[in-house]
Design a protein around this ligand. Sequence first.
Ligand code: DX5
Ligand code: ZN
Length: 221
Amino acid sequence: MRKIARIAPSLLAADFARLGEEMAAIDAHVDWWHLDVMDGHFVPNLAIGIPIIEAIRPHTNKPFDVHMMTTNAHAYLEALRSAGADQVTVHVEAYPDPTAVADRARELELRFGLVLNPPTDVEAVLPYVELCDVVVVMSVAPGFGGQAFIPSVLDKVERLRKWVDSRGLPTDIEIDGGIDGSNVGRARNAGADVFVAGTSVFRAPNPVEAIAELRRAIAEA
Ligand code: DX5
Ligand code: ZN
């Protein structure tokens, strides 16, 4: 089943000194905002945190897709909900059995998802897909924006697409990392529905046009 494609720009590539302006310039063209939270431990970097999520919440009505690159995401679900998160995704490498964290997210009326790093086999998430509103396939090593897209992860997107469709599940399939006009069509054909794009949107001369280019490439795929 081919669902409507959604574009989720990643604020990690925005100018943090002008976050409000950077968002306002493209907010009308965005489906979801992708917000990267890191702990300096699960990944060797730090990024956006709860005070930033809270501060930007009044500036948009679009859903906040919070990507937790942390070992203890479960400890922050309530705070993330209060700050304005709509969806929280946690890594299967940090939660080999995500049942408890998924249940807690659901109690808080958060959408929940699992994320897989490039070396992680798709089998790690298959038993838990039914707990997920979304499964996120990383197409770069997590922790940094601006890295090159890893095409071999598209096999995992295809496997997930078949798994979800053959069971009639409503699960979204999201791809995160190095997405631009040159590869987004391949990701669409593999079966992705949600496309995270940081550098290709915010570092483009015209971010609105960059989003339009992604949409065109998806439509032509
Ligand atoms: C990487 C993050 C990504 C990143 C995407 O750790 O999870 O969301 O911001 O940025 P680009 O599109 O620059 O790879
Ligand atoms: Zn991310």
